[in-house]
Design a protein around this ligand. Structure first.
Ligand code: SF4
Length: 63
């Protein structure tokens, strides 16, 4: 399966590489079912979303 087209510029990639984000997010969304990602949907719709919003739409204040 292809990666999400936003992966290279997505803050989730950066957080994962920095060791701040569990790999499950990458596997379940970015390299899995990215169509269900809230970040993806909002990006497509041109809607603002903060960098620390996770793929399920929840906010991680530690990011
Ligand atoms: S978090 Fe969402 S928008 Fe970002 S790369 Fe992963 S699937 Fe794509």
């Amino acid at each position: 399966m292809m990666n999400c087209k936003w992966y290279n510029v997505c803050p989730m990639k950066r957080y994962f590489e920095q060791g701040k984000l569990d790999e499950k997010w990458i596997l379940n969304y970015c390299k899995g079912d990215w169509g269900k990602c809230i970040r993806y949907k909002m990006e497509e719709a041109g809607e603002y979303h903060p960098d620390n919003m996770l793929p399920d739409g929840s906010i991680n204040k530690d990011l």
